[in-house]
Design a protein around this ligand. Structure first.
Ligand SMILES: Nc1ncnc2c1ncn2[C@@H]1O[C@H](COP(=O)(O)OP(=O)(O)OP(=O)(O)O)[C@@H](O)[C@H]1O
Ligand SMILES: [Mg+2]
Length: 310
């Protein structure tokens, strides 16, 4: 047990960070891969409420990869990924939207409210928050991530198949615009927005947006102070499992080409980069499987996970 003096010290250690981040926005991506144990989910909900109560504005974007995968499996459909993006036919899109908006979003909202917070769930369709169009391989190509052949991953095991370049990702969306007005309206009234990464197209069509992308773009649009991506690894790892505690932007592309950064980690590092390039001060990828990881990242001296820098 901590002595009373030690408890006071812990609180005081947080003081400069509270002063620094008060009235600032922190965008938090809550990875579906970390929403497994109830204890962790409770700790996450409490962290968010604490942030809000000390005057920081948390904006949550959540994923749901494993939960969508489970539902598809129950319905007899297989999951296929390309560079961490789920290939999404029309039927899969319906299921993705149901799981993200109907199930996961409401679970997070319910949990935060249960612990005394005031959370409001949104999908990217609400208030036209996320406008999107169809992502094609040229978009990915233009960011240099795709070589002559591309990698297609089956299920969640990144088993690479060589496939031709004309693959259609279906309803995978590319964000074209963020309308952050709904978020500032909620913030003014003291609500915590919880966002499911669904985008709406010009003709009202529905797009599956990678949650890391959404977090990066929303952080950029809000001119957030920080973006923090919670996932199921200690951060960005080398092939022998060592943690890269700082990663420079100009190393990222090379690590992707060499396959060191692959699958679901690709959209994460790209989202961090995007946020930093639009003046978000800091971007971190941290282990959401550690209880209160978010508090440790924001309120203590010792950084955890990987920090991406320009
Ligand atoms: N260099 C790397 N270091 C760490 N993880 C990596 C690396 N390259 C690829 N990965 C993979 O990225 C995964 C994290 O991304 P993933 O999309 O699976 O989870 P998430 O984004 O947290 O959850 P969700 O997609 O549901 O929001 C890790 O579990 C790991 O398998
Ligand atoms: Mg992911």
């Amino acid at each position: 047990m901590k002595s009373l003096a030690e408890k006071a010290e812990v609180l005081i250690e947080a003081l400069p960070y509270i002063q620094k981040f008060r009235h600032k926005t922190v965008v938090i991506k809550y990875g579906g891969s970390t929403m497994i144990k109830q204890e962790l989910k409770n700790a996450f909900a409490q962290d968010i409420i604490l942030l809000k109560l000390v005057g920081i504005n948390p904006v949550i974007v959540h994923g749901g990869g494993p939960q969508i995968g489970d539902m598809l499996k129950r319905l007899g459909k297989e999951s296929r990924f390309f560079q961490g993006l789920r290939i999404t036919d029309a039927e899969t899109m319906d299921i993705v939207e149901m799981v993200l908006v109907g199930q996961i979003n409401k679970e997070i909202v319910g949990l935060i409210n249960h612990f005394g917070g005031r959370a409001v769930g949104l999908s990217g369709k609400d208030g036209q928050l996320i406008k999107a169009d169809k992502l094609n391989l040229n978009h990915l190509n233009s960011s240099g991530a795709v070589g002559e052949h591309v990698r297609l991953e089956e299920g969640n095991n990144a088993q690479a198949l060589e496939i031709p370049l004309d693959i259609d990702l279906g309803m995978v969306g590319r964000i074209v615009h963020i309308n952050p007005e709904i978020l500032s309206t909620l913030e003014e009234k003291g609500f915590i927005p919880i966002i499911a990464p669904i985008g709406e197209g010009e003709r009202g069509e529905t797009y599956n947006i990678n949650a890391d992308d959404a977090a990066g773009e929303i952080a950029a649009a809000l001119k957030a102070e920080k973006v923090v991506l919670l996932t199921d690894t200690p951060g960005v790892l080398t092939p022998d499992g060592a943690l890269l505690s700082t990663l420079k932007a100009d190393e990222l592309q090379r690590l992707i080409e060499r396959g060191v950064i692959s699958g679901g980690m690709i959209p994460k590092v790209k989202a961090c980069l995007r946020a930093l390039e639009t003046q978000v001060a800091k971007a971190h990828i941290i282990d959401g499987r550690t209880n209160h990881a978010l508090l440790l990242e924001i309120f203590t001296e010792e950084g955890i996970g990987t920090q991406i820098i320009l």
